[in-house]
Ligand binder design. Structure first.
Ligand code: UD1
Ligand code: BG6
Length: 371
């Protein structure tokens, strides 16, 4: 039931304040005056000791689920101190990459039925690793076959392009990082700020959804383009990949997400006055580096669309020449949840304006159960 919406993707984008709330329900504890703020993930509590002792955490997934894991990697590394590596499920299986008994492998999948991810799970089980599932589907193959895990609880997602499951997966993996990371005195301030940020996140998402009309206008400008680049780094490298994936899969427009730190090692050759480029430059420890990326792209006459923190338009737009999208600021590790929303809206409007099927894009399936 699409309710007042025309498409499931549109409905699912707009219901993110509610889906995020459901994903966090009963899992965040703010404590009383003397009690510390904490996280309770029922599905993991008996396994946390083993996870904390593991030599490495390996995130494994495909498509949007892989991107959600990538967005959560920095905070998991920061709070746990354990090296976190990333694997695209099919590539791990193709390479028969090393997986050890001392590893914790984390399988991220909205459907819980993706064939590539399931094969990687089988492989990790054979190799004796602890297998943790992060899935949105209770009773799915991944939920059943992992040793333990966390249900994402974002609600059923129908649009083939994943939107609300993506933002809920990130929130669940930030909670996973809080659960694995030790509650040391020195980390209490940071942990408290993240937990407060999680509580405020649904209302901040509601705020960023007000960009709907503005993103429709931007889509009108981009409707006939051949290609769109998206540059991000740090927490928002994943946002660049996921934003480009949305544009590619539903609007059927060539789009690439790129690590801004790699710009000079190839992508810069593509820059001219015609190719539109989105640069994600919200406030975090990478902000000044992104400011310099904007200047360098501007010097090569790049057609820039900058996604920045509210109030920063003047400091990111070189002599007012960029189109700017301003978003509310949240704790750095939660910023990817905010930043993806305008890009989801852009992909949605581009698709409708170009006359393509939003909910069932050409050649794609919601759940890819064959290799
Ligand atoms: C669980 C209940 C929830 C209830 C809550 C009350 C279920 C599905 N969840 O939520 O309805 O309100 O207790 O305390 O009944 N698991 C895996 N692999 C996965 C995902 C989950 O093995 O990929 C396992 C978990 O380790 C756990 C179980 O499934 O044993 C349920 O996980 P989850 O729903 O996340 O647990 P709770 O949030 O505690
Ligand atoms: C398919 C879907 O390719 O599988 C994508 O079209 C999705 O939207 C990918 O990201 C992975 O799916 P899942 O269910 O494992 O998260």
């Amino acid at each position: 039931n699409k309710g007042k919406y025309e498409h499931y993707m549109q409905k699912e984008i707009h219901e993110q304040p509610e889906s995020l709330t459901t994903s966090m329900r009963g899992r965040l504890l703010r404590g009383g005056s003397c009690k510390a703020k904490s996280v309770l993930l029922g599905g993991l509590k008996d396994h946390l000791k083993t996870i904390r002792r593991s030599r490495r955490i390996v995130f494994i997934g495909c498509g949007t689920s892989y991107n959600a894991a990538l967005a959560s990697r920095p905070i998991l590394e920061e709070l746990s101190g354990i090296p976190v590596t990333m694997e695209i499920a099919s590539d791990l299986v193709d390479r028969q990459g090393p997986i050890y008994r001392e590893d914790t492998t984390v399988f991220v999948s909205q459907s819980g039925e993706t064939a590539d991810t399931l094969l990687a799970l089988e492989y990790a089980l054979e190799n004796g690793a602890l297998c943790v599932g992060i899935t949105n589907t209770v009773g799915s193959a991944i939920a059943r076959n992992t040793h333990c895990g966390v249900h994402v609880n974002a609600g059923c997602e129908i649009g083939v392009a994943s939107t609300k499951a993506y933002t809920s997966q990130i929130v669940v993996m930030v909670m996973l990082a809080l659960a694995i990371g030790g509650d040391t005195l020195s980390s209490q301030g940071r942990r408290g700020a993240i937990i407060d940020g999680l509580f405020e996140l649904p209302s901040k998402v509601k705020e960023v959804l007000k960009l709907d009309e503005e993103m429709k206008d931007l889509a009108k400008l981009l409707i006939a383009e051949q290609s769109l680049l998206v540059f991000g780094r740090g927490y928002n490298y994943a946002t660049a990949l996921e934003g480009a994936l949305k544009v590619k899969e539903v609007a059927l427009m060539h789009s690439e997400g790129m690590l801004a730190g790699e710009m000079k090692h190839g992508p810069l050759a593509l820059v001219d006055e015609t190719l539109p480029i989105v640069v994600i430059a919200t406030r975090d420890s990478c902000f000044s580096k992104q400011q310099s990326v904007i200047q360098q792209l501007h010097a090569r006459k790049g057609r820039l669309i900058v996604l920045c923190t509210k109030g920063d338009a003047a400091s990111v737009s070189v002599s007012g020449s960029c189109r700017v999208i301003e978003v509310p600021q949240v704790e750095d590790c939660l910023q990817p949840v905010i930043n993806i929303v305008p890009l989801q809206l852009l992909a949605y409007h581009l698709t409708v304006l170009r006359g393509y099927n939003v909910d069932q894009p050409r050649n794609l399936a919601k759940s890819v159960t064959t290799q």
